[in-house]
Design a protein around this ligand. Structure first.
Ligand code: 5GP
Length: 190
């Protein structure tokens, strides 16, 4: 998506450790016009798919999940992150390694929010090594729901997570794919 790529070039900040900060327009402060246009683009990309719910993981996925769910006219559900391994209640859960915080966490979704009748579109802000998406995919599989695919705002293609997930047969659509961020220079996949 050209508008998103241009905005990343203008306002994105490359941090140490291969992290791209988009806090000024996608994460901490949100450009709501851009958010809506990204959601419409996701709806266009998945126009042929049946989607009954949009699923993400807190916290940074929630904004785009709500926008995409609004575009489809369906509910948005988010997985909670908990640092404990003792899960209380009736939940689907998955253990995930966080790329940005370099630690493991458990994501959980109450069973009552996902049913085998659902068709789930997973969304997130970033796709790096793919751990967050894999965790969400595993929860969808556990629930017996169908997986329509996954849509992310920014894929860091050089980390390989997206290619691995595509190779496993899941449809992954990214609004911007970065092939490199070396020495602060951003190169997008054409
Ligand atoms: P993965 O699990 O694919 O390795 O990483 C994806 C998750 O880590 C996303 O949910 C996102 O919140 C976070 N993340 C990964 N890379 C970046 C990055 O470069 N910038 C930001 N802001 N978040 C990232």
């Amino acid at each position: 998506m050209k508008e998103l790529e241009e905005r990343i070039l203008k306002d994105g900040i490359v941090l140490d450790g291969g992290v791209l900060s988009v806090g000024g327009f996608l994460n901490q402060q949100i450009d709501t016009g851009l958010l809506s246009r990204m959601a419409e683009e996701v709806r266009r990309l998945f126009a042929d798919a049946v989607v009954t719910k949009v699923l993400t993981v807190e916290a940074s996925g929630i904004a785009i999940a709500i926008a995409v769910a609004t575009a489809f006219g369906v509910p948005a559900v988010f997985a909670k992150k908990s640092m404990t391994s003792n899960i209380v209640g009736d939940v689907y859960s998955s253990s995930v390694h966080s790329f940005t915080h370099n630690r493991d966490y458990r994501m959980t979704v109450p069973k009552r929010f996902l049913s085998p009748l659902d068709h789930i579109l997973i969304v997130d802000d970033f796709l790096a090594n793919g751990a967050a998406l894999q965790g969400l995919i595993s929860i969808v599989k556990e629930s017996g729901a169908s997986l329509a695919g996954a849509a992310v705002e920014i894929e860091k293609g050089f980390q390989g997570g997206g290619d691995l997930i595509r190779a496993s047969g899941v449809r992954v659509e990214s609004l911007a794919i970065l092939d490199s961020m070396e020495q602060g220079k951003l190169v997008f996949r054409s």
